[in-house]
Design a protein around this ligand. Structure first.
Ligand code: ADP
Ligand code: MG
Length: 273
């Protein structure tokens, strides 16, 4: 479990001015959960993400990972092994000349023996659908493939939690689908706890829980159905809703009798036909 308790995070802009990036955030992430965090630019999502594995520590308040304080230096290594991070730009995350060297980087740092590293690398690549790409150069892969190699590098560390900060933002629709399918697979089939940050609302469909951030605060929290029901509030917060929720909202305004929540095309079809 990850517990965020009354966290305030201030960045220093200059000697006199502070930026309040997180303003009294509290939340809990349960094991096995698929949590999605949304919010417009500058709402504090990336700052929050970096608190989950001690890349940042709170100005006040506390973050606990499986009971360990992220501000306690004795635990930082353990916390970073438990909480893997995937960032937006795959090119900044892949550093080696072959895919397998890249994925091996983390396990090597754990001091594992070569045979164990080999099997972890192969296993991790299989789990992200990149088996057979061991000898390939990351440079020549598509964006979606690169991001899946980055994910393999994280899961080769056998983490409990994976935090993804807008991992699909730089990808084309195909790459986005590949990455989302991989992340969902790892959650459902491997039991990995996922904290997925995105500005694509449709990526929140199917999540166990959605948190909406606004100006460093947690504005809304609930199931995707509970969140996307609030079309007008989300628009007020300068956010979109998934296309089918938007369509249902407009049809309802036109007087069509659509009862209940609609998030997917299938749900829309069953309401209309
Ligand atoms: P998001 O990921 O939702 O776009 P961020 O967490 O990156 O939001 O930023 C939240 C606020 O903190 C913004 O006002 C941003 O300008 C500011 N900020 C982010 N990183 C830094 C930094 N390293 N130094 C100073 N201010 C920062
Ligand atoms: Mg961000």
């Amino acid at each position: 479990m990850i517990e965020v308790k009354n966290v305030i995070h201030q960045y220093k802009r200059d000697s006199e001015h502070q930026i309040m990036a997180l303003n009294d955030i509290s939340l809990t992430v349960q094991e096995g959960e698929f949590l999605v965090i949304i919010g417009h630019n500058g709402s504090g999502k990336s700052t929050l993400a970096k608190h989950f594995n001690s890349l940042l520590i709170p100005t006040s308040g506390e973050v606990l990972v499986d009971g360990m304080l992220t501000s306690d230096w004795d635990h930082v290594w353990d916390i970073r092994t438990r909480v893997g991070m995937v960032f937006q730009n795959p090119d900044n995350q892949l550093i080696a000349t072959t895919v397998e060297e890249d994925v091996a980087f983390g396990p090597e740092n754990l001091g594992l023996d070569p045979a164990t590293i080999r099997s972890r690398v192969d296993e991790a690549l299989d789990k992200v659908g990149m088996g057979g790409f061991q000898k390939r150069e990351p440079h020549y892969l598509s964006g979606g493939q690169k991001q899946r190699v980055a994910i393999a590098g994280v899961i080769a560390m056998r983490p409990e939690y994976m935090v993804l900060d807008e991992p699909t933002a730089m990808l084309d629709p195909k790459g986005r689908r590949e990455v989302m399918n991989t992340v969902r697979h790892l959650n459902k089939n491997e039991g990995l706890t996922i904290i997925h940050i995105t500005h694509y609302m449709e990526e929140a469909i199917g999540a166990d829980r959605v948190i909406v951030m606004e100006e460093g605060k947690k504005m809304l929290e609930g199931t995707p159905q509970e969140i996307f029901r609030q079309v007008e509030l989300l628009k007020h917060l300068r956010m979109d809703v998934p296309p089918m929720a938007e369509l249902a909202y407009r049809l309802q305004k036109k007087g069509l009798n659509i009862v209940g929540d609609v998030l997917t095309v299938d749900e829309m079809v069953s309401k209309l036909c």
